[in-house]
Design a protein around this ligand. Structure first.
Ligand SMILES: Cc1cc2nc3c(=O)[nH]c(=O)nc-3n(C[C@H](O)[C@H](O)[C@H](O)COP(=O)(O)O)c2cc1C
Length: 159
């Protein structure tokens, strides 16, 4: 099975999670593709995993547009969809996940997941640091990547 893991990542967390997923899939040829740099031809892949991070409730618009533009092709693949974020409320996490991808693709996806995230203050600009301090009351960097959710996600894909 040839796999591509497509992602968009502002400060590196979604890229990190994409890498963890790739490692756990234990496939030598799983390709990690940064959609900011490459718009791959999807024909060559059997399984496609797509991930992005949530800022102010939504994922990068480029990710949503990419999914809409390639909806027909993506629907024919074995599909995994995930988002990274620091929202603590499970209901809101679910809403963030559901608003990130077209409904039709969510229906087709073999696995979906809210994978948690990180606040890396050193990588944020002034405004981002300000927002995180005000809303999340965080003054230090922190990591809350949901290993268990990643494991479940990978297991579902392998079934
Ligand atoms: C300014 C700002 C706003 C954020 N807003 C949200 C949000 O609305 N919901 C959420 O779940 N996470 C939010 N986050 C957390 C990010 O999704 C988290 O830091 C994620 O790990 C970033 O991944 P990336 O480095 O791949 O972009 C926010 C982070 C920042 C800095």
């Amino acid at each position: 099975m040839k796999t591509a893991i497509l992602y968009l990542s502002k400060h590196g967390t979604t890229e990190k999670v994409a890498r963890i997923i790739g490692d756990k899939l234990e496939e030598k040829d799983a390709e990690l593709i940064n959609l900011e740099k490459v718009q791959p031809s999807l024909d060559q892949y059997d399984r496609i995993i797509i991930g992005g991070s949530v800022y102010a409730g939504t994922v990068n618009k480029k990710l949503t547009s990419y999914c809409i533009e390639n909806e027909t092709l993506l629907a024919q693949k074995q599909l995994g969809l995930f988002v990274c974020g620091m929202e603590p409320d499970p209901d809101k996490q679910q809403t963030e996940l559901e608003t990130a991808f077209p409904k039709s693709l969510q229906g087709k996806a073999k696995a979906t997941g809210f994978m948690g995230g990180e606040f890396i203050l050193e990588k944020m600009n002034f405004m981002e640091r300000f927002i995180v301090k005000k809303i999340a009351h965080t003054k230090v960097s922190s990591s809350n990547i949901h290993e268990e959710t990643i494991n479940l996600f990978v297991e579902k894909l392998k079934e």
